[in-house]
Design a protein around this ligand. Structure first.
Ligand SMILES: [Mn+2]
Length: 302
């Protein structure tokens, strides 16, 4: 099966661990590509929702697939989002080919791409604007402010600040928010001389050239794997928005063992001392991995 070779693939807002996540479709997509770099731009694992104890085999398989890609040479960047902000404690961290950080700058054919999830704009777009002007320091400060507000809300027994809730509450407000979000991201990118600014968070896939008096940038959003099923792909010096429901996949059919994989397979795949590079996600080796029948999915703590 021929996989599409691409320079960089960006996905975000997968929300593993929630009912809305289209994990099967995402695995099919990931199986169809061979990126040099894979950027996971936030909200990949929905840690907020873990209390619901919903984490089906196909969701584990996504993680396993990503680990498999890393072991075969793909450079994986896990950028933290608000639903996986627990990982911000560890940023920056790197484990082999997997790096965790709050933001990322890539040099692509002489152009600079600025990549971050985008939840820093949640509390106040205007405040975000002047804080983010402080550069990296302002960005980190915004993350701290957002975390502090959510910490207080949780202590008060209230729900965390949620953008999706805000969108449900007010369609008109949401449209304005999305526009402001895109505009502020682009303005900051122009101010800091980034040729591309790449976000997630608002679940609105997009590629748009945005200009102002100071200059020009390309705003990109990778969308989500809840409703839009989209990714960003960089190849041959250009970006495109990949749409699972419209674009052709490389010939590939989702494998049947997808539904049968469980937590034990995933744990085995991470903890086994075997050379990970030999481990094929669709191959026969998978069946020979040790299984611990005594460990059920519920008792594993995920
Ligand atoms: Mn988000």
């Amino acid at each position: 099966m021929k996989k599409r070779k691409i320079e960089v693939a960006v996905i975000s807002d997968v929300h593993l661990g929630t009912y809305g996540c289209h994990a099967d479709e995402l695995i099919t997509y990931l199986n169809s590509i061979e990126p040099k770099k894979l950027v996971l731009n936030g909200d990949i694992i929905d840690i907020w929702q873990f209390s619901k104890r919903y984490f089906p085999p196909s969701h584990l398989k996504v993680l396993k697939k990503i680990i498999g890609m890393a072991s075969k040479g793909t450079e994986v960047f896990y950028i933290t989002g608000n639903h996986d902000e627990m990982l911000r404690k560890f940023a920056p961290t790197s484990m082999g080919n997997i790096k965790i950080d709050n933001k990322l700058v890539l040099n692509l054919d002489g152009k600079k791409a600025w990549i971050f999830h985008g939840d820093v704009f949640d509390l106040s777009i205007q405040n975000a604007k002047w804080l983010a002007k402080l550069g990296g320091y302002g960005y980190d400060l915004l993350i701290l402010i957002n975390s502090a507000v959510n910490w207080v809300l949780t202590k008060l027994g209230r729900e965390k600040y949620s953008l999706s809730k805000r969108i449900k509450n007010s369609v008109k407000g949401a449209v304005k928010y999305v526009n402001d979000f895109e505009q502020v991201a682009a303005e900051l990118a122009i101010e800091n001389d980034y040729d591309y600014v790449i976000c997630g968070h608002i679940h609105q896939p997009k590629k748009e050239i945005i200009k102002n008096a100071q200059g020009v940038t390309t705003y990109l959003n990778s969308g989500d794997w809840v409703e839009n099923l989209t990714a960003l792909e960089y190849s041959f010096k250009r970006w495109k928005v990949y749409q699972y429901n419209h674009d052709k996949l490389s010939p590939f059919f989702a494998d049947e063992d997808l539904k049968e994989m469980d937590m034990n397979d995933l744990i085995a795949s991470i903890t086994t001392k075997a050379d990970l590079s030999e481990f094929e996600v669709n191959g026969e080796q998978e069946e020979s991995l040790p299984r611990n029948e005594g460990l059920s999915q519920d008792s594993s703590g995920m």
